[in-house]
Design a protein around this ligand. Sequence first.
Ligand code: SPD
Length: 282
Amino acid sequence: MTDITWIDEYHKGSRFGLNGKLLIRKTSKYQEIIVIENDYYGKALMLDGCWMTSLKDEKYYHECLVHPALSRIHEKSNVLIIGGGDGGTARECVKYNKIGRIDLVEIDEEVIKVSKKFLKEIGGEAWNDKRLKIYIDDGVKWVENTRDNFYDVIFIDCSDPSEFSNLLFSDSFYKECKRILKPKGILATQSESPESFKNIHISILKTLKKIFRNSETMYSFVPIYPSGIWSWTFASKEELYLSQPSCIETKEIEKGCEIWNLNFQNAAFKMMPNKIVKELNS
Ligand code: SPD
């Protein structure tokens, strides 16, 4: 008898599964949380039937969410992370000396507890960084209760749209994010897949274009997500030319990254599939 289990994410008649030893399966107030240990991907986290991250491929996701935004900051900056309970986004943020404060607002405390216990490599030393403050709260309410012009960068590191995350993809939420960003501030959000979540992807891009003066999308891969191809969108009140990083720390940061570098970023911002270009222009 073996203790190897298969855990699958089902998506539109397809499934992506990882097998391995089940380390934990529990239901929090908000969702089912699973961690499995797979031979190739290492430990992997699933929330409510969707793969969130794995030790092997998480850098494809977290480095792409964080560095295009932070490689443009010049001044001591206040950062807000909405979601991000596994700690990967915070880990990439603490690489920057320019960051003075990181508020991580995660609705589900259990995600943080499980990540610290079973996936501690993902958050790493960020969990002990004095600049990181953790709040167990609803990100939408947090943003509503924040004063105007407060944050330099906001990261939305959320799950796919669902009953309890839908508002994080809404017009009203993006408008509130714009309000609490400083004039040169940047909103960085995971913007789903142009393939497996095409309609949501297009809706995010159209909404951000409507609300912000500038918005740019980059594409890359997250191997364990449905269809593999994924996107991140960066929006700002001013024209920022995000595909051209400008902070002086950038070259050093690049050395510590597994996926992201300047060439990678320049190419990734030019990767919009033509069917998405056409739909955005229609
Ligand atoms: N299909 C999964 C989308 C999840 C995006 N967020 C992942 C969180 C990793 N910090």
